[in-house]
Design a protein around this ligand. Sequence first.
Ligand code: BMA
Length: 345
Amino acid sequence: MGKYTMAGPSVPNMPWQDKPADARNNQPLWRYNGNPVIGRDPLPGVARIFNSAVVPYEGKFIGVFRGEQTNGVPYIYLGHSGDGIHWDFDHEKIHFVDENGKDFMPVYAYDPRLLKVEDTYYIIWCGDFYGASIGLARTKDFHTFVRMENPFIPFNRNAVLFPRKIHGKYMCLSRPSDSGHTPFGDIFLSESPDLEYWGHHRHVMGKSPEWWESVKIGGGAAPIETSEGWLLFYHGVTGTCNGFVYSIGGAILDIDEPSRVKYRCERYLLTPEEWYEERGFVPNVCFPCAAITDSDTGRIAVYYGAADTYVSLAFTTLDEVIDYIKDHSLVRPSDTESGRQAGLD
Ligand code: BMA
């Protein structure tokens, strides 16, 4: 038993490798030595799969994958795996229908997140709604996918649901943005009684003076419920003379009031350093979208898109990552307030 505990299922067959003695800078996330786990040309008509999300399902693993078609349009494909590392993909895009069962395909769809709340799985992605905004669909069996109302108006990206209701409400992190490559961006929290009407919006955390996240940030994997609060892997972006660089950051949000940040790591947890992160369609991108956890051992496997070209895996344990975040935590006044306008706390 570790120092800290987490909610969630036992997943004894989750992907795992122990920390190597020569882990870079002794950082708390260490890469799978078989990375990338999904290479180029993964499917006919799909050039690259990246920024994708997976969950344990019926003793195996299932996932929703951002597939960049050879016409340049991103879509979501379903994938199955016995070990979370080797994936078989459906050749057809996920077929979405409306509440009446009629075809209701998004124009495009990217950066999906996938998670289970109660007995239903939800896919939440960035799609077109007269501009980039958030799409949402539900499934119970991974055969029928019903699109629901779009949660937010444009422009918005990086939405991720919490895996359970808080005070009886569904919770969603999102990152309001612009219609382009967005040179700004903070993480906000919204709540809903029914996944249709969203409100009670709160600011969670913003870009920071730390260089690696000084341009914008955005939610990554679904928050993980732990004894210290909600563990959030997110992305932080900086600007260089050669464009944006995306790193993985970590924070812990208050368990009952997640707009309050309890700990926020001033250092990145992982930054582009390997060839598959530095070289690809968009160089220097580590973009986390999912984490598989085993509540028995505290093991965590983070799935991240690498260079907008590959899917890669990095590992950590609950104890190691929480201690690292706490040891290097720097929270600022805007992190610890409730997230209403300053002065109203
Ligand atoms: C963001 C998103 C991500 C992408 C990243 C880097 O704006 O579009 O899908 O990984 O840019 O290109």
